[in-house]
Design a protein around this ligand. Structure first.
Ligand code: SF4
Ligand code: SF4
Length: 173
């Protein structure tokens, strides 16, 4: 493997945000995928209307590694984020690419911590969904505009905004 290729593949091993519910909420299967095999490998593939899909954070994600890498679905094989694409084209150095990944991961972790402080502890759901649930709960709550919870919610909202910006500008448009 060339040095450039090594650098690309190891970048994903330091990231995982397209698998952990930060960038996507679910993975849709394509015709070429084998749902039974993926189910047997532990992925909770479900039918939704005409679509077969499974939710993120992905059950096959171990740290930042894919436990079903050789059998991963088409979407996962085909998806390259902009950071990876730009690294391949030489438009980003590895250090810059890693810097963007670390920033996005830090923001996602900060949002997770804030949501947990507010009682939204469902780590099995994508961070955007958890934030949407919390926003609804805050709107409905009589205490929403007062005290510590309101301050924490304000911080989480700002963090989610910054996360959205970096994801939409640098990773996936
Ligand atoms: S978001 Fe990009 S760098 Fe990160 S794991 Fe996915 S493809 Fe790799
Ligand atoms: S199957 Fe593997 S590559 Fe696809 S979302 Fe899950 S961990 Fe990521």
């Amino acid at each position: 493997m060339s040095r450039a290729l090594k650098s690309e593949s190891s970048l994903c091993l330091e990231c995982g945000i397209c698998c952990d519910g930060t960038l996507f909420s679910n993975v849709r299967l394509k015709e070429s995928d084998r749902p039974e095999l993926l189910r047997a490998l532990g992925l909770p593939v479900r039918q939704r209307g005409q679509l077969l899909r499974f939710s993120q954070p992905c059950a096959a994600l171990c740290g930042t590694h894919c436990a079903v890498y050789k059998n991963r679905p088409s979407h996962c094989r085909e998806f390259d984020c902009l950071v990876l694409t730009r690294l391949r084209k030489g438009e980003l150095t590895r250090e810059k690419a890693l810097g963007l990944i670390r920033r996005a991961r830090r923001l996602a972790k900060a949002a997770d911590r804030g949501l947990r402080r507010l009682g939204e502890t469902d780590g099995a759901a994508p961070v955007k969904l958890r934030f949407a649930r919390m926003s609804k709960a805050m709107e409905a709550s009589q205490d929403a505009c007062s005290g510590k919870a309101a301050r924490t919610f304000g911080e989480v909202s700002e963090t989610m905004h910054r996360l959205h910006l970096i994801l939409s500008e640098e990773f996936f448009r």
